[in-house]
Design a protein around this ligand. Sequence first.
Ligand code: IMP
Ligand code: MG
Length: 177
Amino acid sequence: MFDNRNFTKYLSAHEIEGSVQQLAERINKDYEGKEVLLVCILKGAILFLSDLIRHLKVDCRVEFVRLSSYGKGRESSGTVTIIKDIQTDIRDKHLLIVEEIIDSGRTLRFFYERLKSAQPASVEIVTLLDKTNKRVVDVPVKYVGRETSDQFLVGYGLDLEEKCRNLKDIYYLKYPN
Ligand code: IMP
Ligand code: MG
């Protein structure tokens, strides 16, 4: 699957680490004195979450959700199904959704609205990557590591048909189709 002839390096592990650190610094400042519940969206955000929490100094807990957005090819549809839900009461908690990349925004918009309806103290979103020019629905993203173009990316949790999540660097496909 991974073949250097088809992939071009987009972000090195070192550059990713720099973005993660900067995000953690902002989160540490904004949540000082508070407890935060990190809600990690499986599967793509696991590497980002595990690096991010190592830099957090605020009290935090972690929950995982798995969402499935049915669509054609690499496009999400907005019809989102919850495959694995949060296992704890989120009322009056400070929630921080941890996502690795936002594309159309459909998946996250659905999930954000759903969390909000359970009356938490606050809900914010942190994403490592944001394809801002692909956005179809509005999502209030507070923390963005890097804005990216609309290329399809793999590595560091991002998959190509479930593979390549293990790569330390992030790549784009030279021949996306
Ligand atoms: P959205 O609903 O269109 O915003 O899709 C978001 C989800 O699609 C992300 O959480 C990823 O799982 C996946 N995704 C979007 N862009 C990419 C990409 O470039 N590579 C791998 N997965 C992606
Ligand atoms: Mg994801």
